[in-house]
Design a protein around this ligand. Structure first.
Ligand code: PLP
Length: 404
């Protein structure tokens, strides 16, 4: 008789992130809209993008699609670890300008950072102790639970530590770090990341660094990559993405870096890189060749300006919305160097209270911080990856309350 995967079963409890979104958040918004049909809803819950793909990248995509339609230029399966030109462009145009020297063999192209982070945990044993930031982007936890890892500790992120946790007090094996952070909007300084790198090197632990929002960093003192920290190639894997900076959330493209220098217990240099290559070849036959041509264009000199305009657009969205929220009397974190605003409710308010307050007063929908972990209680996450018009209208409504 066929049985279900018990690890998957435990993700089907009634208080998971997905379940709370579907059965509580969306239902509350729908009910509110039915009772208030004249009220406009400003959906700022999702981390999805709205700004179109840069025109020069679209040209490259059209060209690549056209080539697929001709016998002489048609291409089928590519290398499963990614088009070599794309991997070279990631090394030379993304990492090199930051003083980071990586080889194309250390880059693994994926259909986005989501699959990248999921795939990485396959490198590690089920008995490893995993450290996660709390609050956390849920897929890191879910990927480990699904694999059957239950030895998990949480590193608290709150307004007192600026949403950058202290290094673990005991020995952990794998540490997930996400900076700029989703959901808290926090960023980590060089010194803070160095403390984690030093910790990981001394315990032979591995850091999985999610740098999906790196392009939002405008402060030159904040590292965009963990590899800006000396020694990080010995202890860190990094994931990157084209989703937020080039509008690829639907097109799908990202990468993981598994450096040759990275070693853990009983492995030698290069062994983990090779292990990841093998696991990727089993799991994944390569990203779409069309998306990869788009990625090459994104990283080209000509497209840098247009991609920067996308980031600037979202950062300006964040500035506009934050102004309204603060005028309304709310304390806000993030929204600079990061497209997320982490709103703190007034003393004694739960995350769902803040959610209801903004929905019922201004039609603004965020995600209650408690859904990202217990340290998120009392906060609400707002995404500014939406349209400018919505940010302006929502901010204006909030300011209207302040003027009363
Ligand atoms: N990591 C973080 C922190 C994210 O917020 C997201 C998407 O919102 C992802 C990874 C997934 O990105 P991708 O679209 O590249 O799969």
């Amino acid at each position: 008789m066929t049985t279900t995967n018990p690890n998957l079963n435990q993700l089907f409890t009634s208080d998971t992130f997905a379940d709370m979104i579907k059965n509580k958040l969306i239902k509350t918004v729908e009910n509110y809209q039915v009772s208030n049909p004249q009220k406009e809803i400003y959906m700022m819950a999702w981390g999805d993008t709205t700004y179109p793909i840069p025109s020069k990248v679209v040209e490259a995509l059209v060209d690549a699609a056209t080539k697929l339609g001709h016998q002489s230029t048609y291409t089928g399966y590519g290398e499963f670890d990614g088009n070599i030109k794309l991997r070279e462009a990631i090394c030379h145009n993304y990492y090199k300008p930051r003083g980071i020297n990586l080889k194309p063999e250390e880059i693994f192209v994926s259909d986005g950072a989501q699959s990248g982070t999921f795939g990485i945990q396959e490198l590690f044993g089920l008995d490893n102790v995993i450290a996660l930031q709390d609050p956390i982007y849920p897929p890191y936890l879910e990927a480990n639970l699904l694999a059957g890892r239950n030895n998990i500790i949480y590193l608290e992120c709150n307004d007192k530590n600026n949403f950058v946790p202290d290094i673990p007090q005991s020995k952990v094996d794998v540490i997930y770090l996400c900076f700029p952070n989703n959901p808290t909007g926090g960023v980590a300084t060089k010194e803070q990341l160095k403390a984690f790198v030093d910790y990981a090197r001394s315990y032979k632990s591995v850091i999985i660094f999610d740098a999906v929002y790196s392009a939002f960093i405008t402060d030159p003192n904040i590292p965009k990559s963990i590899y800006e920290i000396e020694g990080a190639t010995e202890c860190a894997i990094e994931v990157g993405s084209f989703s937020k900076t080039a509008g690829f959330s639907g097109l799908r493209l990202g990468w993981s870096v598994v450096p040759v220098d990275l070693t853990i217990k009983r492995t030698v240099a290069g062994e983990l890189t090779e292990m990841f290559r093998i696991s990727q070849s089993i799991r994944f036959w390569g990203a779409s060749n069309l998306a990869q041509q788009g990625g090459i264009a994104v990283l080209s000199e000509e497209c840098q300006q247009e991609c920067q305009e996308i980031v600037n657009y979202y950062l300006e969205n964040a500035r506009i919305l934050k102004e309204g929220l603060e005028a309304f009397g709310l304390t806000c974190f993030g929204g600079t160097n990061n497209p997320y605003i982490w709103v703190k409710g007034a003393e004694g308010m739960s995350s769902w209270d803040v959610f209801n307050q903004l929905l019922f007063k201004a039609g603004i929908v965020g995600v209650p911080g408690s859904l990202f972990g217990s340290s998120g209680e009392g906060f609400l996450r707002l995404s500014t990856l939406g349209r400018r018009e919505d940010m302006e209208k929502a901010s204006c409504i909030l300011m209207g309350f302040a003027a009363r």
